[in-house]
Design a protein around this ligand. Sequence first.
Ligand SMILES: [Zn+2]
Length: 81
Amino acid sequence: MQRYLWQQAGGRRHVYDTERDIAAPGRALVALCGEVVTPTVDDITGLWLDRTCLACDREVRVRLGFPADEIPPVPALEGAK
Ligand SMILES: [Zn+2]
């Protein structure tokens, strides 16, 4: 099993650490971006149509040791878009 997995919750697709959290409906988890989000039943079983959390996307690349040219710059604060 991969250590870091994507999970839609709270209106975005975040990444979480499977050594810390388990994705389950109604169970809060700490995303790599620092947000605490709680997936709904639809988030677990449904289609993932929400946008990607750019902070999680960046953080998981750093943790997995991606080459520097594949690590995007720190995203602008959410809400600035
Ligand atoms: Zn996130």
